[in-house]
Design a protein around this ligand. Structure first.
Ligand SMILES: [Zn+2]
Length: 340
């Protein structure tokens, strides 16, 4: 397989020794949507040793415009994104070890996953999860690369524990979310690809341990408005930061209740996650609702039942998505109907 990476090895800052380092490294990718599929494909093609992909969602038709690993068939079958991504990535590079995890990136899971990896890449769509990644990165001394995009706008920053400010430090000083979510603004794929390019370039530098080459600045751009800004944020690192300061106590690694019920970005969907691990008998749920004449669909990973105009999806781990509402109280009625 030597020839496979010959062009990357000819690139001086990587070389043969850099390629060897890349093939020894393990990257944790949190999220397998637009940013996640872009990062995953680039890193798998680059020959990373191991990649672990965490995602809680399944493929839908509206993903196909920008989520580059997925097909119409994946959307038709409602394949969990982690599984569909793994299948496609294995076709692209069979020598990479790929772990697919269908689950929410809660503090417990991220704390345990972070301890085994060399780098984490943020490909989520929400700040609750990013703050958990931020704390896990600080606690276990793992670099991570923040990335976000909406509309034609994108933003990215590389966080090295002990060196750079963390997300919490930035958060207190810079308007990070822009006030928009994909609910209202939509998104175009070049904005995604631009963030992915910044993230994977920084990832390669970290994997080959070329620390001097890291950008060190917060990047913000708008491809439609033709703006590009780089901000030197060194000074915003706070000594009393709860996540990276001298007496850090990692607040987001202990407050799981933040994530139990979540309204999902741009999805008109409410998610419920059980407070403890369990395994659900989907066959039993299927037979109960089928016998009531409801439309039930299943694949090996999840079950979907329609209570028109709402549709409810149940995963093996007890996680439930209620589609067709942003109202938690209304969604709870369906949650209780599943587990009554
Ligand atoms: Zn901090």
């Amino acid at each position: 397989m030597q020839e496979r990476y010959s062009r990357q090895e000819l690139f001086n800052p990587i070389g043969k020794s850099g390629q060897n380092k890349i093939s020894d490294k393990h990257v944790l990718l949190i999220g397998a949507g637009a940013l996640g599929t872009g990062n995953a494909e680039a890193l798998v093609r680059a020959g990373v040793g191991t990649i672990t992909i965490v995602d809680r969602d399944y493929v839908e038709a509206s993903n196909l415009q920008r989520q580059q690993l997925y097909s119409e068939e994946d959307a038709k079958k409602r394949m969990p994104k982690a599984i569909a991504a793994k299948e496609r990535l294995s076709q692209i590079n069979s020598s990479v070890t790929i772990h697919a995890k269908i689950m929410d990136a809660s503090f417990a899971e991220l704390s345990s996953l972070a301890q085994d990896v060399d780098l984490m890449i943020d490909a989520t769509d929400n700040y609750d999860t990013r703050l958990i990644i931020n704390d896990a990165a600080q606690k276990y001394n793992v670099p991570w690369i923040y990335g976000a995009c909406v509309g034609s706008y994108g933003m990215t920053f590389t966080i090295i524990p002990g060196e750079t400010p963390c997300l919490q430090c930035l958060w207190d000083n810079i308007p990070m979310s822009g006030g928009q979510t994909c609910d209202t603004a939509g998104i175009i794929s070049p904005a995604v690809n631009m963030v992915v390019s910044y993230q994977t370039a920084e990832a390669l530098k970290i994997l080959v341990e070329d620390w001097q080459a890291l950008r060190g600045k917060l990047v913000m751009f708008d491809l439609w408005e033709n703006t590009h800004t780089e901000i030197n944020v060194k000074k915003v690192k706070k000594k009393n930061c709860p996540s990276c300061g001298e007496q850090a106590y990692f607040p987001y690694l202990s407050n799981e209740k933040l994530m139990k019920t979540a309204v999902l970005c741009g999805r008109d969907t409410v998610q419920f996650r059980p407070s403890e691990k369990k395994t659900i008998d989907l066959t039993e749920i299927e037979s109960v609702f089928s016998s009531q004449g409801l439309v039930v669909q299943r694949n090996p990973y999840l079950l979907s039942v329609t209570f028109a105009p709402h549709r409810v999806v149940v995963f093996y781990d007890g996680r439930v998505l209620v589609h067709g509402t942003n109202n938690v109280t209304e969604a709870k009625k369906y949650y209780h109907r599943i587990f009554s």
